[in-house]
Design a protein around this ligand. Sequence first.
Ligand code: ADP
Length: 479
Amino acid sequence: MNILFTASECVPFIKTGGLADVVGALAPVLAKAGHDVRVMLPMYTAIPQKWQEQMEYQLNFDVQLGWRRQYCGVQVLKKDGVTYYFMDNKYYFGRPYIYGLGGDEHERYSFFARACLNALPLLGFKPDILHAHDWQSGMIPALLKIQYAHLPAYAGISTLYTIHNLQYQGIFGIKEVQDVLGLGDGLWSADKLECFGCANFMKAGIVYSDAISTVSPSYAEEITTAYYGERLDGLIRTRRDSLYGVLNGIDVDEYNPATDPLIYKNYTAKTLSEKAVNKASLQRDLGLDVDPDAPLLAMVGRLTNQKGLDLVDCVLSEIMEDNVQLAVLGMGDARYTNLFSWAEQQYRGKMAARFAMDHELAHKLYAGADFFLMPSLFEPCGLSQLISLRYGTIPIVRETGGLRDTVLSYNDFSGEGNGFSFHNYNAHDMLTVIKRAVGYYREQKEVITLLQKRGMSGDYSWSHSADDYVKIYKKISNQ
Ligand code: ADP
């Protein structure tokens, strides 16, 4: 099949979160299975020079956005069997940030949508499947259906829209979006593009795609409810028959403790004692007490409410009792950077916080920690808990979304499980489970070793999920 991905980020070129990991890992797996896979991305100046040097200029054209006429160059780079196209316009993407600060996100990603669609016939590529990701690509299936599908160059393209996080929807004024995309007044009704008086790019993707998917079976179920539905649950319920939940995988070559060049010492399930070397070196580098007996909890991720950090805030002093250590790596809300900066001073030698996008330190934390704490309020899939499992770092999670689908709490009677979990969004429930995990660490090390080995032997590769995507592609394209 000819498959086109459109996305706003993709490893190894540009990343702010899990979306980049998913696009960057899934595309090569599909290519390896024999599909012609191409990925369209914005040409951000933040893409490292190393990759920019490998790109080749292919062609350029003008994109009409209302009264504006904007240049679009297409740079191409081939890697691991996948063709990557970078849609180049310095005005929109030549900025020192990826998202958010300019107040013209609607225009930037409207440009991206038009550029992707207009480029197809010029590149001589006709996809069977257009697979659009997250709100930044939401307008692409909508524009395709509304304005392009009747043209021979676009006839017969089927669309799948994947929601990686329903919380970020791309909500703008209708007039502003009409001003750039020229979509007539008749399209702004509740059954089409209008959403609570606004334009909503994610709603556009959900309404106009042939099928919708999200990144875990549990989250697919959850977003049909008001609690998780972010005001789109009614719409999602009407599309329930076309909604799929496909669990993400991770890049098992990049995240492999046996070969990972970024960690202090490689290890496998058979040489688990070497993990202690990683812990000691990590403790030293982070300024923590180098103490093999202190259970080390790690958190890596965006510092936002989604990640359950208000629970940590609520019981931090109780967590830190009893010679427990906590290491946090993330960027995000001031509330949490303030909290963890304060905590680092308050619990010297026990608590470390780093506020940066630091790929290398993230690997070192996955390898060196004993437990990985992820008490999310909601979690579409979550990659961090999968990476932790692979490194023998035991996840402690809240039972929601993909965390519920991938972490099974240890059962003392049956011996089943690969981590620890709690159900209610409640700080003391979380604390009880942390204490339980620490209790095993102190008194029943054999349980910890069992969970570590079980985690490390799990299959977190993309192979099953890639097959599931292909099944959806076949279904919507009648192949
Ligand atoms: P989300 O997509 O909600 O941000 P995920 O768990 O799905 O969360 O994916 C987050 C990915 O980004 C993981 O691979 C995690 O290790 C990585 N990550 C998040 N924050 C940082 C950071 N500050 N430094 C390095 N890696 C990070």
